[in-house]
Design a protein around this ligand. Structure first.
Ligand code: ATP
Ligand code: MG
Length: 285
């Protein structure tokens, strides 16, 4: 039986989270050390540990069937692969930044200027879309020091907190793209491999949904149940169980993480008490 080969980053910001996702999907790796190729014990999958830059090419060529990497690398490498699922971690921006004392006038600021970056393709596209002619200086790393040493007038780089920019006397002036980790796939998987991928995707979606939702339990007077049910729709509808104390019930449901605080405030206003919120490990809709 064939196995699905998944490429993940060997060591870097994506490595741990990529392994975590596989673990949460119930996939056990044969051994802890990261050999180039590691097989799973209980799922027809093999893991290839690579540099993230190489993943799009390997997936395009079918050396790996699928891969996990930042969308920024997928855009920059521009290989013929399918992006099939956003994994929701390693969020960052690809931004233009200039020395903090300069006045930014919009994209035309960069007309006839020089910009240092490790992402020349994405940047070139942005300049073309904005009718800007600028010189792109491609460098491999430490892009943020380029203006300070006189190599460039500005930079185009990954920004997460902005502290690196600040330390180098730069300010972010344009967010060109927002990126996060994604799952990519080769375009011509065999039916057998596609079936393994579908099974894996089912699990990944269950893990993702569970992390986006919380289980909530609360006590409420029976008179408030109807109103509470309308703001706690749950998966089908909330579970309502009578309490030993006359006139009170326990309500169980599921809330979305991003609506959580708003919902809690409303529940309190409606007379809910003893609210418990519990993480969900897996959630299948
Ligand atoms: P490799 O040796 O595999 O080429 P790398 O140095 O290119 O590693 P990392 O720094 O580990 O890559 O970053 C991997 C990915 O993490 C980036 O491509 C990006 O998608 C994401 N990322 C999220 N936040 C940041 C950040 N603050 N700086 C850099 N990358 C980030
Ligand atoms: Mg890299």
């Amino acid at each position: 039986m064939s196995k699905l080969k998944i490429a993940i980053q060997k060591s870097g910001r994506l490595s741990e989270k990529s392994l975590d996702i596989l673990k949460q999907c119930g996939i056990k790796l044969a051994n802890g050390d990261r050999k180039l190729l590691t097989a799973a014990d209980n799922f027809p999958i093999e893991i290839l540990f690579l540099r993230d830059d190489d993943i799009p090419q390997y997936v395009e060529q079918g050396v790996a069937d699928i891969g996990i990497l930042g969308e920024n690398e997928v855009w920059e490498k521009d290989k013929d692969v399918l992006t099939i699922e956003n994994l929701g971690f390693a969020g960052c921006k690809l931004s233009l930044a200039i020395p903090k004392d300069e006045t930014y006038t919009g994209p035309s600021f960069f007309q006839n200027k020089k910009v240092a970056t490790s992402y020349p393709k994405i940047l070139q596209k942005f300049f073309i879309e904005n009718n800007v002619t600028a010189e792109i200086e491609e460098i491999g790393g430490s892009v943020e020091i380029a203006p300070g040493i006189g190599l460039a007038d500005g930079i185009f780089d990954i920004v997460s907190t902005g502290s690196t920019l600040l330390m180098n006397g730069l300010k972010e002036v344009e967010i060109v793209k927002k990126s996060s980790a994604v799952l990519i796939s080769n375009k011509n998987l065999s039916a057998e491999k596609q079936a393994i991928l579908d099974k894996l995707l089912f699990r990944i979606k269950a893990v993702k949904t569970s992390s986006e939702n919380k289980y909530i339990l609360l006590n409420a007077p029976n008179s408030a149940i109807e109103n509470i049910n309308s703001i706690l729709p749950g998966m089908k509808s909330p579970t309502v169980i009578p309490l030993a104390e006359e006139g009170w019930s326990s309500i169980h449901s599921v809330v979305k993480e991003d609506e959580f605080w708003e919902v809690i405030d409303k529940l309190k206003d409606l007379g809910a008490q003893g609210i418990l919120v519990i993480p969900i490990e897996k959630m299948i809709l």
